[in-house]
Design a binder for this molecule. Structure first.
Ligand code: MEV
Length: 439
């Protein structure tokens, strides 16, 4: 079996052929293979959230070509937007020409916040908290002996003073908590709630909020890649020019929040798709990413692009990635488990390293398209197909309507409906003999 993730013509296979390829590639069991088709059951869904009445499916695609820390990876992506999976795969191929992605993570440290109000001397209260740090850590660690046995648990206690707020002065106690392979929201929230009475006793104040922070800036993931300029050659432009234009495109996202929001949205196209595929909390990841993008006071690009002395393109991406491989939907959702198996990951940090690499690849794909032919050309065929389906096309009609719209370069719902009506009229006339030459 070929173990490279560089698979030529993967997109040309049928859905069944692609699935069988991945089943063999990742050595999935028959049960796991069946899960790719059946997905979540209604009974499982009913245990996940409240008031369930059905399931809402999304496409699960596979991004190819990823080489991350020297390891070939097929990446499951769940996303409704065309071109995302193709873009990630294409950019992974470009990065592969320079040795692939190099990714790493910090420790899995989350932050829990305990808000203390009603204090007159914040510094004195903060001093008392620091003096009782060990007592607080010991209590926090008694709330979850399992994570402690896995070498995780509460690591540190910090204090932050806000002399002025809309409701007066407040002290915020941070609990720094090592969540190991869990996302950790539950264990951090449990620890914060358990610590609240002791924090009140130590400070003499009143505790209000006890909740984790999604600005997980002690749980960062970073990916880097070098793309040889020659790999960026297009039919119209030499790669060195494309590389320079990508750097220029990035510069706008450094100085302008209007562009940075779109630039980062492109990064999150890739990140969210893997986060969703693995049953992780994409709202938490989104919140952390955007807060991190504004960490110096101005909202900016999360990635960086520059040129080497030789003119090759260097990219990097750093952001908080609080993802888990155990607990929550990751454990309950059968397809999420298979997604982890396809990537061959069991540790949260390995998953985060893949996700950050996909984010960087997605950003590269978008910038390369924007800096060259524009985003619409690649988008058009799939978008046209979606429009055709929305207009009611089925079977062969989908390709016929889509192809006609791409040729006309008019991709609109009303045009799809007109073309569909024309195709059907022609077919009806053909079937009734109206088109036949009487001779
Ligand atoms: C579209 O989903 C994402 C892009 O707008 C990202 C970008 O502009 O960098 C293409």
């Amino acid at each position: 079996m070929n173990t490279s993730s560089q698979i030529s013509g993967f997109y040309r296979l049928s859905v069944e052929e692609r699935r069988q390829f991945v089943v063999d590639w990742a050595a999935l069991t028959a049960e796991q293979a069946a899960t790719l088709e059946s997905g979540l059951t209604l009974a499982q869904a009913d245990k996940m959230i409240e008031n369930v009445i059905g399931l809402h499916a999304l496409p699960l695609g596979i991004a190819t070509n990823f080489l991350i820390n020297g390891r070939d990876v097929l990446v499951p992506m769940v996303v409704e937007e065309p071109s995302v999976v193709a873009g990630a795969s294409f950019a992974a191929k470009l990065a592969r020409a320079g040795g692939g992605f190099h990714a790493e993570t910090t420790e899995s440290l989350m932050i829990g916040q305990i808000q203390v109000l009603g204090l007159t001397d914040l510094s004195a209260a903060a001093g008392r908290v620091q003096a009782q740090k060990q007592r607080l850590l010991d209590l926090a660690n008694r709330t979850d002996p399992v994570i402690v046995s896995l070498h995780g648990g509460a690591r540190d206690i910090e204090t932050y003073q806000f002399a002025a707020s809309p409701v007066g002065p407040m002290l915020v106690v941070h609990v720094i908590y090592d969540c190991r392979d869990a996302m950790g929201a539950n264990m951090v929230n449990t620890a914060c709630e358990a610590l609240a009475p002791l924090v009140e006793e130590i400070t003499g104040g009143r505790v209000n909020l006890r909740i984790l922070s999604n600005l997980a800036d002690r749980r960062l993931a970073v990916a880097r890649c070098v793309v040889p300029a020659a790999a960026l050659d297009t039919a119209d432009l030499p790669g060195a020019v494309v590389a320079q234009r990508i750097v220029e495109a990035h510069a706008l996202a450094v100085v302008d929040p209007y562009r940075a929001a779109t630039h980062n949205k492109g990064i999150m196209n890739g990140i969210d798709a893997v986060v969703l595929a693995t049953g992780n909390d994409w709202r938490a990841i989104e919140a952390g990413a955007h807060a991190y993008a504004a960490r110096d006071g101005q909202y900016r690009a999360l990635s960086e692009w520059s040129l080497t002395a030789a003119g090759d393109l260097v990219g990097s991406l750093e952001l908080p990635l609080a993802v888990g491989t155990v607990g929550g939907a990751t454990r309950v959702h059968p397809t999420a488990r298979v997604a982890l198996q396809i990537m061959g990951v069991t540790r949260a940090r390995d998953l985060a390293e893949i996700i950050v690499a996909v984010g960087l690849a997605q950003n590269l794909a978008a910038l390369r398209a924007l800096a060259t032919e524009g985003i619409q050309r690649g988008h058009m065929a799939l978008h046209a197909r979606q429009m055709a389906i929305a207009a009611g096309a089925t079977g062969d009609e989908v390709e016929r309507v889509a192809a006609a719209m791409v040729q006309e370069r008019v991709i609109r719902g009303d045009r799809a409906a007109q073309l569909l009506a024309e195709i059907r009229r022609l077919l009806t006339r053909g079937a009734s003999g109206a088109d036949k030459n009487p001779e």
